[in-house]
Write a protein that binds this ligand. Structure first.
Ligand code: ZN
Length: 226
């Protein structure tokens, strides 16, 4: 089974839970026995961000990861401090945004995201993650509408003063904003479309708007890098 390791945590002295995202089973947690013994063959490559081929045996109450082969460790990401932080960030986001057993679309987005990250020359880490988030939103069914007004359907070119609205789900003409219920809903916030910072603020708000729990602001990655 092809899987990407999202994270792992200790269970007792020698065992670990490994959180994997696979195309077939979505996000799952597997027990890995004896992983912390130095003789464990599995331990070395079951790292977050590893793309592995795993064999899982279903136990009575839990699934056990028995063997795994490393398919890709994304060396170019591991060797680059900025990219490594970006990869950690998208793994954290994917972990937060997926629930157990969700379908494989997210897996495809994450795997192609990691492959692109290893080869892309990144100008802005935030911008890169924003664009990754667009694809992730599409995979989980909350993609914002960006090419036309969500209310009147006018194309972006025909729109006067387009703004971004999480409540409406994407781009809206300034004049169309009041069209839904006139007064703003409590969570409504409008973003102009002047620059990348506006787009980032919208994307972060959009994701928070659609999820039951708040997600950290990946725009802070610039601060973490300092
Ligand atoms: Zn409109």
């Amino acid at each position: 089974m092809d899987a990407i390791v999202l994270g792992r945590k200790d269970v007792g002295e020698y065992n670990q839970w490994v959180v994997c995202l696979s195309q077939k089973y979505g996000k799952q947690q597997y027990l890995m026995r004896g992983v912390k013994k130095i003789t464990s063959k599995n331990a070395a490559h079951i790292e977050p961000c590893s793309f592995i081929d795993a064999t899982v045996v279903s136990g009575k109450d839990l699934d056990i990861l028995t063997t795994s082969y490393l398919q890709d460790s994304f060396t170019l990401i591991q060797q680059d401090y900025v990219k490594r932080l970006m990869a950690d960030t998208i793994l954290r986001i994917v972990d937060l945004l997926t629930i157990s057993g969700e379908d494989g679309q997210v897996f495809d987005v994450l795997l192609s995201g990691l492959y692109s990250l290893s080869t892309d020359s990144v100008v802005s880490a935030v911008r890169w993650i924003d664009l990754f988030m667009l694809q992730l939103c599409e995979a989980i069914g909350i993609v914002p509408v960006l090419d036309r007004c969500c209310v009147c359907g006018k194309s972006r070119r025909e729109m006067n003063t387009p703004v971004l609205s999480a409540l409406h789900g994407g781009v809206v003409c300034r004049g169309c904003v009041g069209g839904v219920g006139k007064s703003y809903a409590p969570k409504e916030r409008l973003y102009l479309l002047k620059n990348e910072a506006d787009f980032h603020a919208f994307m972060h708000h959009h994701v928070n708007f659609h999820l039951p729990q708040d997600i950290f602001d990946w725009g802070d990655i610039e601060k973490w890098l300092k």
